[in-house]
Design a binder for this molecule. Sequence first.
Ligand SMILES: NC(=O)c1ccc[n+]([C@@H]2O[C@H](COP(=O)([O-])OP(=O)(O)OC[C@H]3O[C@@H](n4cnc5c(N)ncnc54)[C@H](O)[C@@H]3O)[C@@H](O)[C@H]2O)c1
Length: 241
Amino acid sequence: MLYSPFLPEIGSGAIRRLKCTSRLEDLQSADVIIEAIVESEDVKKKLFSDLDRISKGSAILASNTSSISITRLASATGRPNKVIGMHFMNPPPIMKLVEIVRGADTSDETFMTIKALAERFGKEVICSEDYPGFIVNRILMPMINEAFFTLYTGVATKEDIDSGMKLGTNHPMGPLELADFIGLDVCLSIMKVLYVGLGDNKYWPCPLLVQYVDAGRLGRKRGIGVYTYDKLVEAKLSSRI
Ligand SMILES: NC(=O)c1ccc[n+]([C@@H]2O[C@H](COP(=O)([O-])OP(=O)(O)OC[C@H]3O[C@@H](n4cnc5c(N)ncnc54)[C@H](O)[C@@H]3O)[C@@H](O)[C@H]2O)c1
C-alpha cells in the first residue's frame, strides 16, 4: 500500500484540480514553479531565463535537479534570491525525502517557504549547501559508478553485484537495478557534474555506463539498461505508483 498523508477525498480533489499544459505562459500566476526537465545545465538555464520573464516577480523558481549548481541556474534569472533546489527522491509518491539546496543568494524567506511546502506534502527535509551532487547523489552516484566498474572489469555478474549489495548491506535495490530505475543517462549526467565540479578522477564515469547510454540503453524507461524489462509489466507498475 502506498503511503499518503492525505485522506482519499483530499487526494482525488487535488487530482481533479490539476491542469496540464504545454504553454509556459500558463504559469504566469503561479506562486511556486518546480522545474523537473532533463538533467542538462544549458537546457535548464534557458528554461529558468524564460520562467523569469514569464512568471510574476514574487514567484519562487525551484529545481528538482539531482546535481546541477543552483547558484548557476539562479544566475540565468534576475531573482537569484528566489531560486532554490527542491530535490524529490524517486518515486516521489513513495519516498519521504526532499533535499533542499540553497544557492549562494537564496534568501531565508525562500528557504522557509519551500521547507514549509515540502512539509505540507508530508516530506522529511534535509538541507544541503550548493556543491556538485548535494548530499544524496554525492554519496549514491559514486557507489553506482563503482558497481559499473565492478561489472566492467569482470569481477562479478550483474545479478551477484546487486544481490551482494541487497543481502550484504541491506539496500532495498541493488546499485545496477537502481541505476536502471533512475535512468542511466541521468546517472551519467550526475557523474559528469561530480567529475567536472569536484575535479577528482575518482568521479570518472565508467566506460560501460557511457557505452550503455551511447547505445540508448537508458534503463527501465527504455525497456533496456543493465537489465531488460517487460514493457507490459513496467506499464502496470508505473500506473500503480
Ligand atoms: N530519474 C530520477 O530518479 C530522478 C530523481 C530525482 C530527481 N531527478 C531529476 O528530475 C529531472 C528529470 O529527471 P527524469 O529522470 O524525468 O529525466 P528524463 O531525461 O528521463 O526526462 C526529462 C523530460 O524533460 C523533458 N524536457 C526536456 N527539455 C525540456 C524543456 N525545455 N521543457 C520541458 N520539458 C523538457 C524531456 O522531453 C523528458 O520528458 C532531472 O533534473 C533529474 O536529475 C530525477
